[in-house]
Design a protein around this ligand. Structure first.
Ligand SMILES: Cc1cc2nc3c(=O)[nH]c(=O)nc-3n(C[C@H](O)[C@H](O)[C@H](O)COP(=O)(O)O)c2cc1C
Length: 231
């Protein structure tokens, strides 16, 4: 079975991992806060080097969510330059990552009917990040700036655990590096000290199954494309 095989799997963990996907259209249905706290308490079992558990999270709903959304959206349309505090992507793209990135971006945009080169439509779609794609609940994640690369590795495990456990509870998520584009705004709104780095955010809620963006499912390379077996 490769990563693109249709999902038909009785194992609940495998099912949750396979059915998790980045959702970019949510229903306005509220998410019970106890459920989010429960998901986070389970994700906190993620491993971390020396068990230092480097994650720090902020949960936003209601007015605080709306205020941050408005500020980020304003920054986007004002043309405020993004100032992420760390390099998420390489400065120069090369094969094979460039092709994979393009296939995913074009796949999503063509599903949405956005033509290549349509800057206005692309900008509006990017701005959906700052509306949290309509999700009623958003998480913002930070890490102390004096921790090492290993702690960022730990962080990824924590984030994936949140998304998989949320999926198992019928919730949908979208991890968003875009929410780290304007760290000053995030820090001001959430009272986050300068000594913390905004890692990313995550929209969380119930999927809108009719949202066009949710019809797109990017493919995966096969195991043989990344695995070398030594005997
Ligand atoms: C750390 C991280 C940051 C991401 N940032 C964004 C983002 O800002 N906006 C977005 O729409 N998707 C974002 N994504 C989602 C990726 O595009 C998505 O995971 C990838 O295309 C694979 O699709 P899938 O998650 O549906 O399997 C991010 C994913 C990760 C892991």
């Amino acid at each position: 079975m490769d990563a693109n095989t249709p999902l038909a799997c009785p194992d609940p963990v495998e099912h949750a991992v396979r059915s998790r996907k980045s959702v970019r259209g949510f229903l306005p249905r509220p998410v019970p806060l106890e459920l989010v706290e429960r998901i986070l308490s389970v994700a906190a079992y993620a491993p971390s080097g020396s068990n230092i558990q480097p994650w720090k999270a902020h949960l936003l709903t209601g007015a605080s969510r709306d205020a941050l959304s408005a500020a980020l959206t304003r920054a986007h349309y004002d043309g405020t330059p993004a100032e992420r505090e760390y390099d998420y992507y390489p400065t120069t793209w090369r094969s094979p990552y460039q092709e994979r990135r393009r296939a995913t971006g074009w796949g999503l945009y063509s599903t949405l009917g956005i033509a290549k080169g349509d800057r206005a439509a692309s900008s509006h779609q990017h701005a959906r990040n700052y509306a949290f794609f309509g999700a009623p609940c958003v998480l913002l994640f930070t890490i102390d700036d004096d921790l090492g690369k290993g702690s960022w590795l730990d962080y990824g495990m924590f984030l994936q655990s949140i998304m998989v456990v949320a999926t198992a509870h019928g919730l949908a998520t979208c991890p968003q590096a875009a929410l780290a584009n304007y760290p000053d705004i995030v820090k001001r709104h959430l009272n986050i000290p300068a000594s913390e780095v905004v890692v990313c955010g995550m929209s969380m809620g119930y999927e809108d199954p009719d949202a066009p963006a949710n019809q797109f499912r990017p493919s995966r390379i096969g195991v043989a494309d990344f695995l070398t077996i030594h005997k």
